[in-house]
Ligand binder design. Sequence first.
Ligand code: NAP
Length: 356
Amino acid sequence: MTIIDRKAPVLVTGATGYVAGWLVKRLLDEGHTVHAAVRDPGNEGKLRHLNALASEAPGSIRYFAADLLAPGSYAEAMAGCELVFHTASPFIAGVDDPVKELVEPARQGTRNVLEQADATPSVKRVVVTSSCAAIYGDNADLEETPEGVFTEEVWNTSSSVEHQAYSYSKTVAERAAWEIHDRQDRWDLVTVNPSLVLGPGLRPDSTSESFRIMKQFGDGTLKTGVPRCGFGVVDVRDLGEAHYRAGFTPEASGRYIVSGHDTDLADLAVPLRREFGDRFPFPRRSLPKALVWLVGPLLNKTLTRQFVSRNIGLPWRADNGKGKRELGLEYRPLEDTVVDFFRQMVENGVFDERPR
Ligand code: NAP
């Protein structure tokens, strides 16, 4: 049982990120002092939305320069904090050098932040933003699970640097977090394991992969159809709340799958067509697995034959019950997430809307 003093500052790493935004907002709205660790505190464009939130909320924000790969760089930001949210980690697909661009920042960064927690006497709890990617690598892994559903007991053992490098980066990072935690008993570790995060961001120009995925529904990339491939989705606003509760619920412990809905790409297009009609080239049909196997690798370097055989046409199921029971998590309807996210992109001029 860990009780956090609400007057102590709270550290958020990667505070400029898409996921971190709603957490920072929640903290500021509750009157907390947020220590925001960012790579470049001089980059005003990336901080504008956070400053706007702070100006209207009872809480306050202070920025600290820190880089995942620079040992000791979180020391100043963490000093005096009882609670640390570690969200920073690259979420990008299609990288050229997966070790350098994904695995090392994720694993070394987690070590860097958690070893700093070890060296900072005020810290009582660290909440790490892990991922469902640390639970499963491919949809085919569902068949290996004891109960035919992904739970917090399951670990991703199928990803590697060569296959599903992002999932591998999140798996080794979370493993490193538990290893460091298990060596001591002064602070506790809670991990939040979200599925794919969608929903409106607080910063319109995000680099998160979530934005690229949603954008494809409106820019014509998916107009010929989508492969059927199950995955989970959680709203970014619900995920902000999940982080907050993981931090401040005294009894919170272990891993929490945070995923509102089991769905797939074809399902996501349904509410978009209902809301926006034929203004955009939404996908209207599902592509057969054999076709994706044949042409996928030519169109997209992440659609390898191994990926297609182990994911396309296969369902995804996760048990989100632990978070509901222990943290009281609730999830908004999937159509609200998708429509609100897409509408934000339309309003921000992301799509070149020409008469169709
Ligand atoms: P994002 O918007 O790209 O945020 C990533 C954050 O990490 C940014 O603040 C970025 O800082 C920071 N970062 C990256 N490399 C860094 C480095 N070397 N040193 C310091 N900071 C660094 O992506 P996101 O979607 O919000 O992801 C946030 C977390 O959620 C990640 O841990 C991700 O794995 C996890 N997650 C995301 C999803 C999803 O669907 N979006 C699903 C499950 C888990 P800069 O602003 O300086 O680049």
